[in-house]
Design a protein around this ligand. Structure first.
Ligand code: UDP
Ligand code: MG
Length: 321
């Protein structure tokens, strides 16, 4: 089999890293292919950094990229993709919520010809029914909104081949990212591997409800312009409501100003809502225009030879050492 790169984003996961490392090495040793294990430390403030360095000291195939601060999970995965040297890349979380034992099935799917392998969680006892329902609803909404068809329940546990990784590295350098959407947008052949999750091994999720909402909003902005067209529908609706109000003011028994007051409230709320949507898109354009680095690397381990001079080739990435 070709060379495998496993990319792990890490943010304050000190309780988990030892268990994760042991299980991951077991899996990688059994796949019978050359491999590298690439940890991206996304600005952890706990002992994660020293643990990762101790892993790297054990084996040169274990590589570490340390960011100068927390840039977010998506940036961490992208940095891993930028630096990985394998032919098959797999992104996985460090919390053992996505079992490393699923990786051989992802690699098999790539060996059979898939360029993008998404995974779908069929069971996770630790996810509340409300979170599961929100996720299902979100994918249904996104699929209606966008011309793309996204795998429902897809997560940041996926496999991509070198050609998709090169596309991410060279052409998908947006500030507002939705990586699991990007990999599904490139086309080629796609496979889906189901897995059962035992839930997070220890520690707490770093994704608050607000952060999940921000990611969902980013996905909608990245993959659809439909919200911008809402103005037409809203304008038509407001006109109709205005006519109804006028009719009730003329023929109704309520004081004449009440329907009008309701109508103006309705009209203003629509306008403000639409302004909010337009503002989100303008904000997105402004972020892109600034072209700030997507992440800043403070330090690397076992990547010295790759890092020399290579960052210049990585669009919108920055090395601060
Ligand atoms: N993570 C990261 N940067 C962040 C937040 C999370 O690198 O800003 C990592 C985290 O350490 C974990 C993975 O991303 O390995 C998924 O995060 P988490 O388990 O908190 O998310 P959830 O599974 O609850 O959606
Ligand atoms: Mg998790």
């Amino acid at each position: 089999m070709k060379k495998v790169s496993v990319i792990v984003s890490v943010y304050n996961e000190q309780e988990i890293l030892n268990a994760f490392f042991d299980r991951m090495i077991d899996v990688l040793e059994n796949i019978g292919a050359p491999y590298e294990l690439l940890f991206v430390n996304d600005g952890s403030s706990d002992r994660s950094d020293s643990l990762l360095k101790s892993f790297a000291a054990l084996d040169p195939r274990v590589k570490v990229i340390r960011f100068s601060r927390n840039f977010g999970h998506e940036a961490a995965m992208l940095a891993g993709i930028d630096y990985a040297s394998g032919d098959y890349l797999v992104c996985i979380d460090a919390d053992l919520e996505k079992p490393p034992e699923t990786i051989p099935r992802i690699l098999e799917a790539m060996e059979r010809g898939a360029d993008v392998v998404v995974t779908r969680c069929t069971e996770n006892p630790c996810r509340s029914p409300a979170k599961r329902a929100c996720s299902r609803l979100f994918y249904k909404f996104l699929n209606r909104l966008s011309a793309m068809r996204f795998q429902e329940g897809a997560s940041d546990f996926f496999g991509i081949t070198r050609r998709v990784a090169d596309l991410m590295r060279n052409s998908y350098r947006e500030q507002g990212r939705y990586l699991r959407g990007f990999i599904q947008q490139v086309g080629f052949s796609r496979a889906c591997v189901p897995y059962r999750s035992p839930g997070r091994f220890a520690g707490k999720s770093k994704y608050s409800f607000a952060r999940l909402c921000a990611l969902a909003l980013q996905a909608c902005i990245s993959f659809s312009h439909t919200p911008l067209h809402l103005g037409f529908a809203a304008g038509g609706g407001a006109l109709l409501a205005g006519l109804c109000c006028a009719a009730s003011a003329v023929f109704g028994r309520a004081p004449g100003w009440i329907p009008w007051a309701c109508f103006f409230c309705f009209l203003f709320s629509i306008q403000i809502f639409l302004l909010g949507i337009i503002g989100e898109y303008i904000g997105d354009i402004q972020r892109e225009e600034k072209r700030r680095p997507l992440y800043i690397v403070q330090e690397t381990r076992n990547l010295e030879t790759v890092s020399a001079g290579r960052e210049e080739e990585i669009p919108h990435a920055c090395v601060g050492f």
